[in-house]
Design a protein around this ligand. Sequence first.
Ligand SMILES: Cc1ncc(COP(=O)(O)O)c(C=O)c1O
Length: 400
Amino acid sequence: MMLADRLKTLAPSSTLAVQAKAKALRARGIDVISFGAGEPDFDTPERIKEAAVAAMRRGQTKYTEVGGIPELRQAVCAKLRRDNGLDYEPAEVVVSCGAKHTLFNLVTALVNPGDEVLVPSPFWVSYPEQVRLLGGVPVAVETREATGFDLDPDRLRAAVTPRTRLVVLNSPNNPTGAVFSPQALAAVARLAVERGLWIVSDECYESLTFEGRHVSIASLGPEVKARTLTVNTCSKAYAMTGWRIGYAAGPRELICAMTDVQSQVTSNPSSVAQWAAVEALAGPQDEVAKMAGEFDRRRRLIVAGLNALPGVSCVMPKGAFYAFANVSGLFGRTWTHEGRTTTLKGSLDVAAFLLEQARVAVVPGLDFGSDAHVRLSYATSDALISEGLTRMRAAITTLA
Ligand SMILES: Cc1ncc(COP(=O)(O)O)c(C=O)c1O
């Protein structure tokens, strides 16, 4: 089949692929422990489900305003004021089918073919793929493990060219768990204002900030706010990944453009899910803190366990629910499977080795921009974390 040229470089989501592989092995009766999940293992709180049921019963099952019902855009404004010190009006908000969709609308609305987009690395896999899909040029800008993968304003500054259009910020970070320091954010805000760059601030893991302080870069001043799109989602904070509600706030003109894009692609996000999201954002927030407390505990468990494995080290993530383990200490070691000896040379080899020998699924760091690492999600139970670590230790001790 002759597909469009833009498909030639498209990599399918590797995180979803790991999940699918683990599921397929399980379906064959093979007991795999998956650290691949990109979603909380909690159920959506009951009050939110009830709000959806009530909306259905009221007959709120028709098309809505493309950019979201006024009640939800109002609830987003109230949330941004409450949690982020940001003042927006409903006309400066658009609701989409998940933050992934929000980000795609943004790239469509803002990035011309050939425009460069700075993506601090390691990065969430979809940023460069979305940019490439639309003809833009993603430019990875390294962050350093020694600083806990904090944003590096000097390297970002050095990467700016006349074609640079947008900087992608993600704090708390997927995959590293970094919470960017206020100083680094302030320096990047200055850079964006000076050089006329746009900023997208993906704050999807905001509610899972365990150390440091979550700062919305748009709150640092009116000049940077005028150049920033703040993106968030109901997926992670409220365990609502399947409901597909993401949202963004930013300058009215940009929001209008993104809404126009959406009007030709999906129309509104699900009406029922929007009513659930109103309840999620505006109702009592105690489950959020409860989930965050649970993740915080698991984070310590998994990171201590990873650091105790020979050849593996892991910086303490400050937010989100991922541990980004450095496995380069295993490179050069060999394992034998079905008569074939393989040398571990990169993160793909380590992930394949762990799946085969430990029955543990992790995501190779290569897809996130670092071949020295693998990503483990700790959105899973203590028992599975402990068992997974035990299996990994047993497998690593068999390496020659
Ligand atoms: C950094 C980051 N941004 C955005 C998303 C998208 O979330 P959703 O589309 O479910 O709102 C994810 C999901 O894994 C993510 O990790």
